[in-house]
Design a protein around this ligand. Structure first.
Ligand SMILES: Cc1ncc(COP(=O)(O)O)c(C=O)c1O
Length: 368
């Protein structure tokens, strides 16, 4: 077998460890998973009912053009249908961009650490990942990112708020950055966590995108809408980009149940707003509890918090394992480019207290 040389260096994605595995491994009856930035509650009742009703039709292929969902998104954002792309999760939209744009030696500029898929997309196509280190406070080094653009650059990705650090770039800074990027380079603003942003300028990037011919805004139903398991995301794109994505996608890339669920969820913005409030409240609760324990946290605008795990009673690289043995699955920063930190998703109040209690049990005991 002669596989592509380009895939040799790729390490398969390691997802958060499943709850059942941890229960089995450690003989636990209660395990809380705070590792994959999922929404902690089941989907809305109306979404469940719509999906159940649509199940009887899964003998039929879905609408490959996702017309109803795209129409609803177009109305919500005041766009034309031709400017709306949907994908099998944002992962799919990013991969489609890779297929449509990247060839051997092309360059993609993004921050490091950021969402890990960006690098894989480059590796798979033998393109060059130009990774610009975050600043010491974990902010984007926008100046260095703009300076890294060369004639080979096809794509620039800004993850805002950034995963795994959670911090937020004000929309005005994003706009000033985009204006420095040549018009033939596509800029993708990955806003997977946009709904959790509490800053006033949360919606401003929509106008920024609409006004610029080389900017896409990608968002997902996996986080605030709680549909991670169904896989559906959308992009507000210039028409030429939407057309290109349309050419390279699978004919039925978004399944029937995902389309129905997303369409129904969009109709219940009041409940989505409630869910947004819950996450923001829990994030603030988590951040202040960690700060009162003397733990450094990166100010987050997402549904997760990056917290320092230095100075506990177990060595830093064993903390996440120790937490797992106590029934909490969090993401070890070592695997995310943030050694000495752990990424903790916000859950319900009970889940937050469960985690905080286990973390406290790892604090060094004061000697008497
Ligand atoms: C920054 C970022 N972008 C994209 C994604 C992928 O989202 P989706 O579930 O829609 O594929 C994630 C998932 O965690 C993410 O953190």
């Amino acid at each position: 077998m002669r596989f592509l040389a380009a895939i040799e260096g790729i390490v398969p994605y390691t997802p958060g460890v499943p709850i059942e595995n941890v229960m089995r491994q450690y003989g636990l009856t209660e395990v809380v998973k705070l590792a994959s930035n999922e929404f902690p509650l089941p989907p809305l009742a109306e979404v469940k009912a719509a999906v159940m009703a649509a199940f009887d039709e899964v003998n039929r292929y879905p609408d490959g053009d996702c017309l109803d969902l795209r129409q609803a998104l177009a109305e919500l954002f005041g766009r034309r249908l031709e400017e709306i792309a949907v994908g099998n999760g944002m992962d799919d939209l990013l991969e489609l961009l890779g297929d449509a744009l990247l060839d051997h030696g092309d360059e993609v500029v993004f921050a490091d650490p950021s969402f890990m898929l960006y690098e894989d997309i480059c590796l798979r196509r033998d393109a060059k990942a130009v990774m610009i280190p975050l600043l010491p406070d974990f902010g984007h080094d926008l100046e260095a990112m703009a300076a890294a653009v060369t004639p080979r650059t096809k794509l620039v990705i800004v993850c805002n708020p950034n995963n795994p650090t959670g911090n937020y770039l004000p929309a005005a800074e994003v706009a000033a950055f985009v204006d420095k990027i040549p018009a033939d380079v596509l800029v993708v603003i990955d806003e997977a966590y946009n709904e959790f942003v509490s800053a006033d300028d949360r919606e401003d990037t929509q106008r920024l995108q609409a006004e610029r011919p080389n900017v896409c805004l990608f968002r997902t139903f996996s986080k605030a809408y709680g549909l991670a398991g169904l896989r559906v995301a959308y992009g507000l794109c210039p028409e030429v980009v939407r057309d290109a994505l349309d050419k390279v996608r699978q004919p039925f890339n978004v399944n029937r149940l995902a389309q129905v669920a997303a369409l129904e969820a969009l109709k219940h913005q009041d409940q989505i707003l409630e869910r947004r409030r819950l996450i923001i409240e829990m994030r603030e609760y988590l951040e202040s509890a960690l700060a009162s324990m003397g733990r450094a946290v990166v100010p987050s605008q997402t549904n997760f918090v990056l917290v320092s795990i230095e100075g506990l009673s177990v060595p830093q690289d064993k903390v996440c394992e120790a937490l797992m043995a106590l029934g909490v699955i969090v993401r070890d920063g070592n695997g995310l480019g943030c050694p000495g930190w752990a990424r903790v998703s916000t859950g319900t109040r009970e889940e937050m207290d469960f985690f905080l209690d286990r973390l406290r049990s790892l604090e060094p005991q004061a000697s008497s």
